[in-house]
Design a protein around this ligand. Structure first.
Ligand SMILES: [Fe+2]
Length: 343
């Protein structure tokens, strides 16, 4: 067994059911500027605005929110929300994290609008701020209100991508939480090193991507768009609105995941991926697909190069004390490899 096969052991049998990643809470400096970007330009639905908080969701979604913006002095990631199946799962998750040194675990009443009952806040030993919850207030879907659609339009929350300095350790940790790997990137060196992995609970390519880079930080949140044409239409709309500076990378097609994508930067630099055309992964014997880091189609199926900002810049995470989690440099960097795409 190779070293990488030893790290990709598959999902552990766990006594709880994490259903999917469901929302992100971002700190932003100017709520009006952020809402101009997310609501007016991208077309997300504003569900509630109260004081320093704004709650948004996609056109298909029935849950109260999938993106929460909080006005604060500095941009940062406050938490990433994951839905679990039952209230008892919260207790079992609290116990699971409690047995792992370096985790901070807080069970308490939900403190976001549209959420009721208990939620479990966790800062894992890698520094990731998480919130597990069971239910959220329902909203009517506006999927078929085609006459009102704006922007791409953005349909639903799809995944998060985390920069990790210790990406191999992080990949093992998330598999121990019950996540399964759909695809991964590794070096052609001896020993082989992982530079990224795509891990799922819901039957899509991923809920969480872990990629090597200065971390822990959030590389991006990703929202699902129904068709590639919607991503192109939104890029045209951003051009028309003189917001070309928001388009960081793409549009293009990923090799990993087969997704059609564009990466945008919001007014605080938080990165949002608009994403479509990935595939079904629900069969339990769906084996992880390997990409060589040297395959020019890996990151961009058409061989186009990602800008350095895409590798170097990410959003800081907030720790249990409300301060940014310290970061460290990764021990492996895709750009150090002899890839044509990096030339
Ligand atoms: Fe992504």
């Amino acid at each position: 067994m190779s070293a990488v096969q030893g790290l990709l052991k598959g999902p552990a049998q766990v006594p709880f059911d994490i259903m999917r990643v469901a929302y992100g809470v971002l700190q932003v400096r100017d709520l009006d500027a952020s809402l101009h970007f997310y609501e007016e330009l991208l077309g997300l639905r504003l569900i509630a605005r109260e004081g320093d908080l704004a709650y948004l969701k996609g056109w298909e979604e029935r849950q109260h929110h999938s993106l929460v913006l909080r006005r604060a002095a500095e941009p940062a990631v406050e938490r990433l929300g994951f839905r679990v199946r039952t209230d008892g799962d919260l207790d079992r998750l609290a116990e699971w994290y409690g047995e792992r040194p370096g985790s901070t675990v807080r069970m308490g009443d939900a403190d976001l609008h549209g959420m009721h009952g208990r939620t479990l806040r966790v800062w894992d030993h890698l520094g990731t701020p998480l919130e597990y919850y069971v239910t959220m207030e329902q909203q009517p879907t506006v999927l078929q209100d085609y006459h009102l659609h704006r922007g791409a339009p953005i349909m639903r929350f799809d995944h998060v991508n985390l920069h990790s300095a210790r990406v191999e350790e992080a990949i093992v940790h998330w598999q121990e939480l019950g996540f399964r790997c759909s695809e991964y990137i590794s070096t052609d060196t001896e020993p082989e090193r992982l530079t990224g992995a795509w891990l799922l609970r819901k039957p899509t390519v991923h809920d969480v991507a872990l990629t090597a880079g200065r971390g822990p930080r959030l590389h991006h949140l990703a929202m699902w768009v129904a068709e590639a044409g919607g991503i192109l239409r939104l890029c045209d709309q951003l051009g028309g609105a003189h917001w070309t500076h928001a388009i960081e990378r793409g549009p293009g097609r990923h090799g990993v995941s087969n997704a059609f994508f564009v990466y945008l930067r919001d007014p605080d630099g938080h990165r949002l991926e608009l994403y479509t055309s990935a595939y079904y992964t629900g069969d339990p014997d769906h084996a992880p697909l390997r990409w060589s880091v040297n395959d020019p189609r890996c990151r961009s199926f058409w061989g186009t190069r990602a800008p350095d900002s895409w590798y170097d810049e990410s959003s800081l995470l907030l720790g249990p004390d409300g301060r940014p989690v310290p970061t460290e440099e990764a021990t492996v960097d895709e750009r150090n490899q002899a890839s044509e795409v990096m030339a």
